[in-house]
Design a protein around this ligand. Sequence first.
Ligand code: ADP
Ligand code: AMP
Length: 214
Amino acid sequence: MRIIILGPPGAGKGTQAKLLSSHYGIPHISTGDIIREEIKRNTVLGVKIRGYVERGELVPDEDVIEIVKEKILLGNCGRGFVLDGFPRTIIQAKALDHILSGMGLRIDAVINLVVNEEELVRRISGRRICRSCGATYHLLFNPPEKDLKCSVCGGELYQRIDDMEETVRRRVRIYNIETKPLIGYYEEKGLLINVNGVGDINSVFSEILRKLGS
Ligand code: ADP
Ligand code: AMP
């Protein structure tokens, strides 16, 4: 199973990608998580791309393509993968096609999570992330068991710097310009599966599985 999850910021891509990853036993490749880790570790790449992420802009295509290429080639992707947050531009989508066709592989399905803007703002404003393991919570919709401590590892929860209101608006604007065209790109290839992303986490997941036919 090689799956892409598409959708605007806050649509629930990471949440659903984690569930798909454990359901199918395939790696979850989140470019956002990898990028945040590079920034946290102050690597050469992390230092280079920090500004883009903090401003809510896209990291240059060549950097993200390199990250994904390495993951697909060297990661544990024999049974497939679920890509979350990549591709985000037509250039990235074409690069992905090129990487996969070089390996004799192709994408099987692209799940497009459809969520209205009002709900996106509600989700992003309540999103909290574990500083240690990266698990994602929502203060109201998916709260941790103990106040502001990660239910998985006990780590401290924080709000992403790019989840501040002004930055979120910019990210949604950039999504509409750069990423939305991917819907047409994958529709033409006959791979697009639209899923209503509004509803509780488990019903959205059931709908995805139903539409994937498993
Ligand atoms: P994305 O990866 O698309 O940016 P996330 O998976 O991080 O989105 O989800 C954004 C926020 O919304 C998180 O706080 C998450 O816990 C919450 N969330 C995810 N799915 C749902 C849902 N179906 N209903 C309510 N809240 C959700
Ligand atoms: P996410 O966790 O998917 O919301 O990503 C957080 C931030 O990482 C984005 O706002 C971008 O700055 C950067 N990023 C993640 N994935 C990509 C990508 N495919 N292309 C460019 N930038 C990305």
